[in-house]
Design a protein around this ligand. Structure first.
Ligand SMILES: CCCCCCCCCCCC(=O)SCCNC(=O)CCNC(=O)[C@H](O)C(C)(C)COP(=O)(O)OP(=O)(O)OC[C@H]1O[C@@H](n2cnc3c(N)ncnc32)[C@H](O)[C@@H]1OP(=O)(O)O
Length: 237
């Protein structure tokens, strides 16, 4: 369990947090790690049916304490710090996410550089990553690159070229950088390689991001980000 939360700039120290927030984050990360182990071992499991049914019953039981207090769609997780870049449940980087590899990202010489290893749970073709997972990783690191460059926005276009399959259970390296800014439109490029062969590009992508106008932000994110907005768009579930 590390403190490598999804931060905007890993070189600047995080602001001090209350002990209770830190403790919840640590607990969320601990649960996330346990969940990731579970889903990876489930994807790789060759255990007999009775063992799998026993596991299913245990998991159903484990769901009870986790489900006791739930947030709605319109509520930001209390352990998150959006401005500080802490997103505990981000499905790519979040320490609390069962489905995040998780990708670790830092800024190196102006580029966003990410590392992760994909388990069998991400399998598409036998032994290799599902193409959608590669796109997921690339979208995230492209978004990170645009944010740390001072141009955060939403993806409106993601062009992905798959040059070679991405091997599972192999350390990977991602890199992304902004290559153009045109008003609210920002273009960034990113690659996936293995760590051992950083010059052999497996997948590359160009992303177009658009910075939101304030009215777009209020319409899309409603009371989640704008508690005083008169047009709350966030649905409650
Ligand atoms: C470090 C911290 C961590 C931060 C790290 C965070 C990483 C997160 C990474 C994940 C990012 C995501 O997944 S984001 C989620 C996936 N993306 C989405 O759901 C976005 C869905 N799209 C939309 O809601 C909308 O397109 C908006 C609100 C983004 C934009 O509204 P719009 O009406 O389409 O565009 P508008 O504002 O009028 O136009 C702005 C300009 O962009 C152009 N434009 C708009 N769409 C396109 C397009 N598909 N292809 C080309 N150009 C386009 C317009 O022509 C216009 O150009 P011109 O006329 O000015 O020349």
């Amino acid at each position: 369990m590390g403190r490598s939360y999804h931060t905007i700039d890993s070189t600047s120290p995080p602001p001090p947090e209350s002990p209770s927030v830190e403790d919840r984050r640590a607990a969320i990360a601990e649960l996330g790690e346990a969940l990731r182990t579970l889903v990876e071992q489930a994807a790789a499991s060759e255990s007999p049916a009775d063992e799998l049914r026993r596991a299913a019953a245990l998991v159903r039981e484990a769901t009870i304490p986790v489900g006791k207090q739930q947030r709605t769609r319109g509520q930001i997780p209390s352990a998150d710090d959006l401005l500080g870049g802490v997103r505990m449940h981000n499905p790519v980087c979040g320490d609390g996410s069962a489905i995040a590899p998780p990708l670790r990202v830092e800024v190196v010489e102006g580029k966003a550089v990410g590392t992760c290893t994909l388990g069998l749970v991400y399998e598409g073709p036998p032994m290799y990553a599902h193409g959608g997972i590669s796109a997921l990783l690339l979208d995230q690191i492209l978004g990170y690159a645009t944010s740390v460059a001072g141009h955060p926005g939403m993806t409106v276009r993601l062009d992905t070229q798959y040059r070679a399959p991405v091997p599972l259970r192999t350390p990977l390296r991602l890199a992304a950088e902004v290559v153009g800014v045109d008003g609210r439109k920002v273009t960034a490029r990113a690659t996936i390689t293995t760590e051992s062969e950083p010059d052999a590009v497996l997948v590359e992508a160009t992303g177009l991001f658009v910075a939101l106008r304030s009215d777009q932000s209020e319409r899309l994110f409603g009371e989640a980000l704008h508690p005083d907005a008169s047009n709350p768009a966030a649905a409650h579930d």
